[in-house]
Design a protein around this ligand. Structure first.
Ligand code: FAD
Length: 373
């Protein structure tokens, strides 16, 4: 077999590149994935109760990037969806990111009103303040509030999720859920927030339905090396694995997902409920909020974070620490020796946490480089 491109990994990165190369350059692509399905970690399927579940954890689409939104809209219609998250704190459920509603649920009316006033005076209505910065506030009441939010909402969750304290990780981790001086209790504030009307797997099927694209599932690229001839390769698997871990395995966090179908129409009062303290799992998501289905039963998923062990469990989250970025650079040097014959991209190839829109954006930019004369 001879193709123009071998693309490894049929997640958002690999599939976007395959689609662009096939339709815009008219070149042939063999897209392989060692899993038995396309869509990478965004893969979804119907469970026995007919609920559309996300096999690798809840995936909510949100973006501010019009280009990515327009690109994906070619392959799906959307169901508008605004995700909401609550965290269990001292037996109460408060919105996350921490906002003015959370403040009023946790504190007696008079102190909540005073803190609300202070937050607005010091930061302005609508401000988003990373928790680590709020802890440095010169105002003692605000720094005391930040300490409490840190202790009750961030610390336990971060320790479970990463086995590191928030201050020992890249500030972008806690920066993703800043304290929000607002009554807006949506988890994301992006311009576009929606779920693919018929699910992610269907979106991918439409994206890849082109005569120039052949998809090989249950296929580790190493198994077909030597059998397939190709001019260039894109690799969206783990870069350390590609180079046989010559510089040691890059650290990742893994997760175990526990799905449970419950014999009631609704299980909880929001799409996701976080359990920062106590439980071993970090959060419970009720899939029907995401799918918008009306069904008599419901399915929830609990997430249990764990260490990643290569070959034993899935690498989900690159651990954002300086020393890991330095280790990744050693692999980039190995990649440079290949003189562009293999391009690395995606969450595992770039060793970078990407949201789905960022993965698509990265792939679209890489395509522009490939297509440039
Ligand atoms: C629990 C969880 C929740 C998330 N929630 C959200 C969310 O709500 N919103 C959001 O925007 N993003 C979310 N994300 C991020 C999202 O999953 C990523 O943006 C997306 O998966 C990136 O796509 P990718 O193609 O780079 O990687 P992947 O989807 O991981 O695809 C890589 C593919 O490569 C394949 N592969 C690897 N090695 C080989 C090999 N040797 N041979 C063949 N195939 C191989 C893998 O099987 C995999 O299918 C979440 C991620 C996780 C882990």
């Amino acid at each position: 077999m001879k193709v123009d491109w071998l693309i490894v990994g049929a997640g958002f990165t690999g599939s976007t590149l395959a689609e662009r190369i096939a339709t815009q350059l008219g070149q042939t692509v063999l897209l392989v994935d060692r899993r038995s399905h396309v869509a990478g970690n965004a893969y979804d399927k119907y469970d026995e109760s007919g609920v559309l579940v996300h096999q690798y954890g809840p995936h909510i689409f949100h973006t501010n990037c019009r280009k990515v939104w327009d690109y994906l809209s070619q392959f799906t219609q959307w169901r508008p969806y605004q995700h909401r998250v609550l965290a269990v704190v001292d037996g109460k459920k408060v919105p996350v990111p921490f906002n003015l509603t959370s403040l009023h649920r946790l504190f007696p009316a008079s102190s909540a009103a005073r803190l609300e006033d202070l937050l607005i005076r010091h930061h302005g209505y609508g401000a988003k303040i990373p928790i680590l910065r709020l802890r440095q506030s010169a105002n003692q009441e605000l720094s005391a509030l930040a300490d409490l939010v840190y202790e009750k909402i961030f610390l336990g969750y971060t320790l479970k999720q990463w086995e590191f304290r928030p201050e020992d990780l890249d500030p972008s981790v806690t920066g993703r859920v800043p304290v929000h001086v607002s009554w807006d209790d949506r988890y994301f504030q992006d311009t576009y927030q929606a779920m693919p009307a018929r699910g992610y797997a269907e979106l991918f099927r439409r994206m890849l339905a082109h005569p120039n694209i052949e998809v090989g599932l249950d296929t580790d690229y190493r198994r077909i090396q030597g059998q397939v001839r190709f001019n260039r390769m894109v690799f969206t698997g783990a870069i350390d694995e590609f180079f046989d871990y010559v510089h040691g395995p890059l650290p990742y966090r893994s997760l175990t997902f526990e799905f449970l179908t419950v014999d009631c129409e609704w299980y909880q009062e929001a799409g996701t409920i976080n359990y920062p303290n106590g439980e071993r799992f970090t959060r419970i998501t009720e899939q029907k909020y995401l799918s918008g289905q009306a069904l008599p039963r419901t399915t929830i998923v609990r997430e249990y974070p764990e260490k990643h062990v290569p070959g034993q469990n899935e690498a989900y989250y690159p651990i954002p620490r300086e020393e890991n970025r330095e280790q990744h650079k050693l692999y980039l040097r190995e990649a440079a020796k290949l003189n562009g014959s293999v391009l690395f991209a995606g969450r595992l190839g770039d060793y970078k946490y990407y949201n789905m829109d960022q993965a698509v954006g990265r792939a679209l930019r890489l395509f522009e480089e490939i297509a440039a004369p």
